[in-house]
Ligand binder design. Structure first.
Ligand SMILES: Nc1ncnc2c1ncn2[C@@H]1O[C@H](COP(=O)(O)OP(=O)(O)OP(=O)(O)O)[C@@H](O)[C@H]1O
Ligand SMILES: [Mg+2]
Length: 377
């Protein structure tokens, strides 16, 4: 099993007169981990519900396996829904059922598997989330973190190709959140499924995903590789990702002009902290999506802002530098129109450092080209 691509284009959702968001366009790359952030009430949960077909957007498309699930009929939608596993915010376990029966529930509802087969699958998933031995406990008898993990086991029991997590880390202490995030990365390595995670946790956002997006003010403010958002100087993105009070986002979503003026100088001048490293799977596992992603982001490198380009090249291993032709510090400039080029091997230690304006670094034998020379071919 491996993840599938989810292509969302120009999606808009309203309830009656109330527009929640418009023109949301993003692609969840197969097997990659993406995170969706945004102030409370901006419609992140509504977005997840649109993806699984529980809510119907009035415009746009969501294409999975060549089917647009906004326009498809009920029976096809029912089939497509089986591709999804969803971890709801509170785990959404049945309080009167023990963990075993909770986790077995989707198998009993949606498959014709025998109880013996169900026992094997439930045991495997329970083991995966570290709850072996707790099968007979009721949800009320276990901690919040255990309930989340049980919810995760239930979300995974049908081997979904796409897993949606709505605030898996809400209400967890930092240590449990760290364990859960590690578990999510390990699961991703084991399944190669496509993950979309809604979170308010900045540390999760900084360390978990391959890609991230921010919902703000009735639209998707930005969506792209983690390095693009984490190095972004866009006021909304940078305020949110650094958890600052100062910036365009206020307590009730948007500050008015007076409030912003009263704050004085803008935050884009703030020096951004170094990029935290992304969480790696444990036990020597490798994420299949990691190589595909590197291929993908190298392809889009010329379209990204300078800081993002630098952060991506800085995050490459020596082997990747060799493969993509950035192991040698001499040669031609790579990215036309940008005051940047790629650092040589020694530059890895400077991950997250931006070049000063006007600085130009050189690199040899890169296989990627500025967009203008691509068009000429
Ligand atoms: N079924 C519904 N009918 C009408 N309005 C709805 C419905 N579901 C959500 N909304 C509205 O859509 C808006 C976005 O809600 P949503 O739950 O998606 O926010 P969110 O970004 O997930 O917020 P939070 O971070 O607090 O979970 C809210 O104003 C909410 O009241
Ligand atoms: Mg929500």
């Amino acid at each position: 099993m491996s993840g599938v691509e989810v292509v969302v284009k120009d999606l808009s959702k309203s309830f009656g007169q109330a527009n929640i968001w418009s023109d949301v366009t993003l692609t969840l790359p197969p097997g990659e981990i993406s995170v969706l952030l945004g102030p409370s009430g901006t419609g992140k949960s509504v977005f997840l519900k649109c993806l699984i077909g529980l809510l119907k957007p009035e415009r746009g498309s969501i294409v999975i396996h060549d089917t647009d699930l906004v326009r498809t009929g009920e029976s096809k939608l029912y089939e497509l829904r089986k591709l999804f596993g969803v971890l709801f915010q509170d785990g959404a376990l049945f309080g009167s059922m023990n963990l075993y029966d909770n986790i077995a529930f989707p198998l009993r509802e949606h498959t014709r598997k025998s109880e013996a087969q169900i026992r094997d699958i439930v045991a495997e998933k329970i083991d995966m989330v570290g709850l072996a031995g707790d099968e007979t406990k009721l949800p009320g008898e276990i901690s919040g973190g255990m309930r989340k993990r049980a919810g995760l086991a239930r979300a995974l029991v049908l081997d979904p190709e796409i897993v949606l997590f709505d605030e898996p880390d809400s209400g967890l202490d930092p240590v449990r959140t760290a364990y859960l995030n590690q578990l999510i990365v390990d699961l991703n390595a084991a399944t190669d499924s496509t993950f979309l995670i809604v979170t308010h946790d900045i540390n999760t956002a900084q360390t978990l995903p391959d890609n991230m997006g921010i919902m703000y003010h009735r639209h998707l403010a930005m969506f792209g590789p983690r390095e693009q958002l984490l190095t972004s100087q866009d006021p909304v993105v940078s305020q949110f990702l650094n958890g600052r009070r100062r910036g365009p986002i206020g307590m009730s979503e948007e500050k008015d002009a007076d409030e912003q003026a009263a704050e004085g100088t803008d935050d884009t001048q703030v020096e951004l902290p170094e990029l935290k490293p992304q969480i790696e799977p444990l036990n020597g596992m490798a994420r299949k999506a990691a190589d595909r992603r590197m291929e993908r982001v190298v392809g889009m490198l010329p379209t990204l802002p300078e800081r993002a380009q630098l952060a991506i090249v800085s995050s490459m291993s020596e082997e990747q530098r060799a493969r993509y032709g950035t192991e040698d510090g001499a040669g031609q400039r790579v990215v036309a129109g940008a005051n940047i080029a790629m650092p040589g091997p020694g530059a890895r230690r400077q991950a997250g450092h931006a070049l000063a304006d006007g600085d130009v670094a050189d690199v040899a034998r890169s296989r990627w080209q500025p967009p203008s020379s691509r068009e000429g071919r």
